[in-house]
Write a protein that binds this ligand. Structure first.
Ligand SMILES: Nc1ncnc2c1ncn2[C@@H]1O[C@H](COP(=O)(O)OP(=O)(O)OP(=O)(O)O)[C@@H](O)[C@H]1O
Ligand SMILES: [Mg+2]
Length: 328
């Protein structure tokens, strides 16, 4: 067993261990000898002591900010339509605030978004969903925010914040571990790292499917790469159960008129999903696209998803293996 193997098991991407220990702190001290890079807060959290974990995380955040005198900045990557996401330049967490309004094509409400984050908190995270810890009434000095970020927060997330003299108070937010967004990762990764990430991206989708989760939005910007090279999903506002989706084969056009129609010429219901179309909006370069098709073509068929649906409906408990070997 390597540090990486053990680390993946006691990770923020898995559900908390539900073990009734007499003294959790002893277990934390022991695990810390195996995993010295993990903070105590993280270890308390994975052992099910979420409040202790949150207290520790917030304290670390304030201490880091004081020590390095850093300002909060927008998290690198594409802006979200639902969340304002920010970070400290050298700290390993991001903070997410729900916007007051979501631009089209988003049709979800604030309550829907919160319900989905709660669903993730309660569901088996299968090593592929980042733990989003929910915080209320977090207070920061407003001088600790970079100007454009402060401007965006005060104009587009008014429902979620309070301004009190020199402080900004977040009435509600999520804190997650910071990952490298997969779209950014692929821009700079060498060939081997890129191949591994693309392989693991497909494996992440499969692991989630095995735990009855369909991510909803498969764009690369919604997945991140961990320091150990694992691909993790973090954008939950469109997440749903595999068994609640309707996976359909793409109908083939029978007339030229249908063929040339710019939009779908057939009826599409809200929960209809066409796996054959996934690949067209992922934006892999040609080489990575071919590799993805070679390893994971199955994911792009409705049959793969319908088969899993049937097994979930029969109550089968599908195994998700925490360690994977790359086929190259
Ligand atoms: N845990 C994280 N680590 C690093 N960056 C993150 C993390 N979570 C979010 N981000 C960055 O913030 C962006 C927006 O986050 P997220 O996708 O959660 O918001 P959203 O509003 O739901 O997005 P969308 O418009 O795709 O629905 C991401 O594309 C990514 O660049
Ligand atoms: Mg997103």
């Amino acid at each position: 067993m390597s540090v990486t193997d053990v680390s993946i098991l006691f990770s923020y991407t898995r559900s908390y261990f539900q073990v009734d220990l007499e003294a959790v702190s002893d277990a934390v001290v022991y695990l810390k000898t195996l995993l010295p890079h993990k903070t105590e807060g993280e270890l308390f959290t994975v052992l099910g002591r979420a409040k202790q974990g949150k207290t520790d995380r917030f304290r670390n955040l304030l201490q880091h900010q004081e020590k390095y005198n850093e300002q909060f900045i927008h998290a690198p990557g594409e802006k979200g339509l639902v969340m304002i996401v920010f970070t400290l330049p050298t700290h390993d967490i991001v903070i997410k605030i729900i916007r007051d309004k979501f631009a089209p094509p988003k049709s979800v409400s604030r309550n829907d978004v919160m319900a989905r984050y709660k669903q993730v908190f309660e569901h088996d995270r299968a090593g592929r969903l980042a733990d989003a810890q929910e915080f209320q009434y977090l207070k920061f000095d407003r001088n600790h925010f970079e100007a454009s970020l402060l401007e965006e927060l005060t104009s587009e997330a008014r429902e979620a914040i309070l301004i009190e003299s020199d402080n900004i108070i977040f009435k509600h937010c999520y804190i997650e571990r910071r990952l490298t967004p997969l779209n950014l990762f692929l821009q700079t990764a060498d060939q081997t790292a890129a191949k591994k990430a693309v392989y693991d991206y497909g494996q992440a989708i499969r692991d989630l499917a095995l735990s009855n989760i369909f991510p909803g939005d498969l764009l690369l910007k919604n997945f991140g790469v961990s320091v150990r090279g694992r691909v993790i999903f973090y954008d939950y506002d469109e997440l749903c159960m595999v068994t609640d989706c309707n996976f359909r084969d793409l109908p083939s056009a029978s007339t030229e008129e249908e063929e040339l129609h710019p939009d779908a010429w057939f009826y599409v219901a809200e929960n209809d999903i066409f796996p054959e179309q996934f690949i067209s909006f992922l934006g892999f370069n040609e080489e990575l696209c071919q590799l993805f098709m070679h390893w994971h073509k199955e994911i792009l068929t409705a049959a793969y998803w319908r088969n899993l649906q049937a097994r979930h409906r029969l109550g089968e408990v599908l195994d998700v293996v925490p360690y994977h070997h790359y086929p190259f």
